[in-house]
Design a protein around this ligand. Structure first.
Ligand code: C5P
Length: 222
């Protein structure tokens, strides 16, 4: 398999990371979760008491505390300056503030640089909001995944239940809608389908069906 780059974008909980991980495993590519990087900056801001509005303060955190990924048997782990934050960056204090942090131009500039370095030799499946439009505009394959907000909230609700986390369905749905609104209305690299991306609506589809559809695209372009 040629070492191409595959960009997967879409709104919150549209199934991006689930299918991206499967594709990376099947092709022997590197999976990069760019959302985890913005979440890590938000986590650092909370920990070090830097305001979400303090753009330069956030950039300083990125310079001071490197974000790294490590593959393990239980999946991809995220570390900040050596501390395992894999679970901490999924908590609601991070989720509900990450869109404010990710809207800053300088924060994006720093993280995009790191993402482009990871993908420079190809063989990467990268998921996010601006991969096809800004991070890897030359990616060989670009996919834009969408699903109805009700289905996305249901998936998140079930995931939380399985993890033993109690959540309210309506609250989850409102949080997803709010995050999508901010992400798609920000000035810098808003969540948007790239002109040359293939749109896949995952509503009512199984993970296997979506993976098969993307593999069909890859086999044409790869
Ligand atoms: O993918 P995930 O839901 O973990 O992303 C968390 C947040 O990070 C998004 O809601 C968005 O604000 C930000 N993000 C971004 N650009 C990316 C990936 C994520 O702005 N490429």
């Amino acid at each position: 398999m040629k070492k191409i780059n595959i960009a997967i974008d879409g709104p919150a909980s549209s199934g991006k990371s689930t299918v991206a991980k499967i594709l990376a495993k099947d092709y022997g590519f590197i999976y990069t979760d760019t959302g985890a990087m913005y979440r890590s900056v938000t986590f650092m801001a909370i920990k070090h008491e830097v305001a979400f509005s303090d753009e330069l303060g956030l950039v300083e955190l990125i310079h001071r505390y490197p974000i790294t990924f490590k593959q393990s048997e239980v999946g991809q782990l995220v570390f900040i300056d050596g501390e395992d934050v894999t679970l901490a960056i999924r908590k609601s204090d991070v989720t509900n503030n990450v869109s404010e942090v990710s809207a800053h131009e300088l924060v994006r500039k720093e993280l995009v640089k790191q993402q482009q370095t990871i993908a420079k030799d190809g063989g990467v499946v990268m998921d996010g909001r601006d991969i096809g439009t800004a991070v890897l505009p030359d990616a060989e394959v670009k996919i834009f995944l969408v699903a109805s907000v009700v289905e996305r909230a249901e998936r998140r609700y079930k995931e939380n239940q399985a993890k033993g986390i109690k959540t309210d369905f309506e609250t989850l749905k409102t949080e997803i809608e709010k995050r999508d609104y901010i992400d798609s209305h920000r000035e810098v690299s808003p969540l948007k389908q790239a002109e040359d991306a293939i749109l896949i609506d995952t509503t009512g589809k199984t993970i296997a069906e979506v993976v098969t559809m993307i593999k069909a695209v890859v086999s044409q372009k790869g």
